[in-house]
Design a binder for this molecule. Structure first.
Ligand code: UDP
Ligand code: MG
Length: 132
């Protein structure tokens, strides 16, 4: 059993697809074990994405992540980290496989609906970033 952290980003909340996204994970046999709804401060969003701080898209990413409420949640299941990444689809929705969340709902690489931890280490860090 694994736990991973996902975030429905402000564009996903704005599109009112929280329930749709939860259903995709539940239908895939995963369990949602913790949920929050909050608006990130610039400081917190910057800290969450610190690994990208030198990338050209970082300032816009932080601005976007603070632009409205987001929904961080914890997903549990066998191989949850990889399964969530597969259900999300590629970072750039134009490259995401058909039927993935990003292919179906994301407008662009910088407004791509959802975050998911990419490794055991980041899952641990990101879960404790939002949940005690
Ligand atoms: N991002 C962006 N432009 C890029 C690459 C990434 O705006 O060229 C944003 C996008 O929101 C992405 C986030 O930065 O989801 C983190 O990038 P990462 O490469 O970790 O992609 P992810 O793990 O979210 O698929
Ligand atoms: Mg990533």
């Amino acid at each position: 059993m694994e736990e991973t952290l996902s975030i429905i980003k402000p564009d996903g909340v704005g599109k009112k697809i929280i329930g749709t996204i939860f259903k995709r994970f539940e239908d895939a046999g995963l369990e949602i074990v913790n949920i929050k709804r909050l608006t990130l401060t610039t400081e917190k969003a910057g800290e969450f994405y610190y690994m990208h701080k030198d990338r050209p898209f970082y300032p816009e990413l932080v601005k976007f992540m603070t632009s409205g409420p987001c929904v961080p949640f914890v997903i549990k299941g066998e191989n949850a980290i990889l399964k969530v990444r597969e259900l999300m689809g590629a970072t750039d929705p134009s490259e995401a496989d058909a039927g993935t969340i990003r292919a179906d709902f994301a407008d662009s690489i910088d407004k791509n609906i959802i975050h998911g931890s990419d490794s055991k280490e980041s899952a641990e860090r990101e879960i404790s970033f939002f949940f005690d």
